[in-house]
Design a protein around this ligand. Sequence first.
Ligand code: CMX
Length: 440
Amino acid sequence: CPTVKEVLEEIVPERRALLAQLKKEHGSKTLGNVTVEQVVGGGRGIKYMLWDPSVLDSEEGIRFWGRSIPECQEVLPTAPGGKEMLPEAMFWYLLTGRVPTDAEAKQFQEELVGRSELPAYVEKVLDSLPKTLHPMTQFVIGVAALNHDSKFAAGYTAGMKKADYWIPALEDSLDCVAKSFTIAARIYNNKYRNGNDSSVPAIDKSKDLSFNFANQIGFGDSEGFVELIRLYNALHTDHEGGNVSAHTTHLVGSALSDPFLSYSAALGGLAGPLHGLANQEVLRFIIDMQKELGDTASDEKVVEFIWKTLNSGRVIPGYGHAVLRKPDPRFMALQQFGVGRKEVAQDPIFKYVDQLYKVAPGVLTEHGKTKNPFPNVDAASGSLLYHYGLTKFEFYTVTFGTSRAMGGLAQYVHDRILGLPIERPKSLSMEAVLALAQKA
Ligand code: CMX
């Protein structure tokens, strides 16, 4: 069956023709006006960049090349004996816009797992870091260090043609995704286990990335955990282009920094508490609640706890969203995973996630600040990892990071296919905004 590169070779002329048509026939048309509020308010809603693999609707949530999450769950291949869509299949789909056949997904999985070993110098870099360093900082360092072997950077230095940029960009992106899983496992073993001695199993080339990650950190025997990691990684891949991690990949990549440097920069953004670090914060919040209220509590007590948090000036992690105005379908998919497994559904932490979903939207609505009182993806993800014994919640954003690489870098490849220019939007001083606004 064809490789992902062969499928992309077919797609390249179509995508380039579509961009040429957009420029030629519609280049001067307006897509909306920019208000002062948008300029001072983080650019919300400004239609500003191209992003092909996914589009986010504020009401219904994310669609990947036009398919909703349940639709993807229906068509994307799973592991043998598994029920959850494979992240490798999702990555292929994000890159090509085509659902892989079982044979294509299997071949692609083998290709990625075949790339997942780390160069010795990266292992050395990771092993030399202090155990006290946050796992996300370690992740930033590990991914950036991979740039040593970047085929894109080498090709650029050797003077490759612009039309060919996407080819080494694809090579590096596949390497970056595959090796991210192994970097994540190494960070976990260094920080929370006995380092990376001979007790860490070698990569099993016949299995998928999620299994190997789980296996290397000691969870390979847990069917539930492995399936969760597959679902988690497939769901977190992409959330259109405007979020901090995706946009950073795109922005840094627009300077023709290679995929490793671009994605490493994105991980720095993912590590922020208003973005990916929220899943760590959700667990901290629920554990604090459990410590104060016990394993179960009445709705009134939970509401009281939420108010106490809000009144102390903190946010309720896992709630609210810059774009979404309904419960996040990624949250719903993870919640369904938990509800569908009896042992998870009975876990007190998971039950608190459920109870928060019932009461927190009402409290946040009454509080009256957030434009979206509903849960985002981070509201559920950590409780599931915690249930299976991954209790080091400082590590949770790393699992988000292995996944987001697939979405950010799928678009990175498309950016190079399309030959998009360096990003350079206009900034204004407050005085300049004032002067323009007074004239408007
Ligand atoms: N709890 C309390 N207050 C909240 C809130 C929450 N969960 N969500 C938003 N607000 C507040 C904001 O802090 C803001 O207050 P100020 O005006 O005092 O600054 C006000 O409501 C308006 O914010 P908004 O327009 O509704 O939300 P933004 O687009 O500015 O921010 C987000 C979106 C996600 C950063 C915000 O909802 C938040 O901080 N949520 C908690 C953290 C979180 O879960 N982040 C993960 C998001 C998903 C991801 O990227 O991984």
